[in-house]
Design a protein around this ligand. Structure first.
Ligand SMILES: [Mg+2]
Length: 231
């Protein structure tokens, strides 16, 4: 019997890809105006710095903190960290958040699941502050009981600790929980390996994968979760 449903945020509740593209365009404009960098320079510098940070910090939420990423990039190339690191950080997130909206049907599906009595939590690889702002600006906070981030857990999906902590906080056994997310590796298989059920949000372009329980339209989700409870 499913009692708790956990959701990924980025790429599942809204299009991270679209928001990130807009935010990177805004950053490219900023870097061009302020340091005469071409966009290719900016993208390669950020990529290089990000790879170094990921290898140093491994699987911790600080790898997602763009303030650290931007500061490191500016410092490395002799550009004043103040005020540019903070300006870039705010520009990136404000642009991404302002240009993002929940996918069609998300609000209705969450509302119907909430009305059916499920415990609903967001379980996400990211820093808490940014994820709280995202849910707020997507107008989805009223459906969620909790946002569990990798910052709070100290490790990242697909680590089982993320899924086990979510189950513990929900007060439900791991077998009574289902995870819904767009990453087949981090979300779908991560949750299954941790012992919960999982549903992959595959989006319309990606298509389905054999033997993977999936959906591409949010209006289908309540029915799929209902069918898990019929077995
Ligand atoms: Mg995702």
């Amino acid at each position: 019997m499913i009692k708790a449903i956990f959701f990924d945020i980025d790429g599942t509740l809204y299009s991270y890809e679209k928001g990130n593209r807009k935010a990177m365009e805004a950053l490219a404009d900023y870097a061009h105006k302020n340091f005469s960098w071409e966009s290719e320079t900016l993208f390669s510098v950020l990529q290089e710095v990000n790879a170094a940070i990921v290898s140093e910090l491994n699987s911790t939420s600080a790898i997602h903190n763009r303030l650290i990423r931007f500061q490191r990039a500016l410092y490395k190339y002799g550009i004043p960290v103040f005020p540019h690191a903070m300006n870039m950080y705010l520009l990136y997130w404000n642009t991404l958040i302002e240009s993002s909206a929940a996918f069609e049907g998300v609000s209705q599906a969450l509302s119907s699941l909430k009305d059916s009595g499920f415990k609903i939590m967001a379980v996400t690889n990211m820093t808490a502050f940014i994820q709280f702002i995202k849910l707020q600006d997507l107008y989805l906070t009223k459906y969620f009981d909790y946002i569990l981030t990798s910052e709070e857990v100290g490790s990242e999906k697909p680590d089982f600790k993320m899924f086990h902590k979510a189950s513990e906080l929900s007060g439900c056994n791991i077998s009574e929980c289902v995870y819904v997310g767009d990453s087949i590796k981090n979300d779908y298989y991560g949750a299954l390996e941790a012992g919960m059920k999982a549903i992959w949000f595959c989006g319309e372009e990606t298509g389905t994968v054999e033997d993977v329980l999936s959906f591409s339209k949010w209006s289908d989700l309540p029915g799929i979760i209902g069918s898990l409870n019929d077995h």
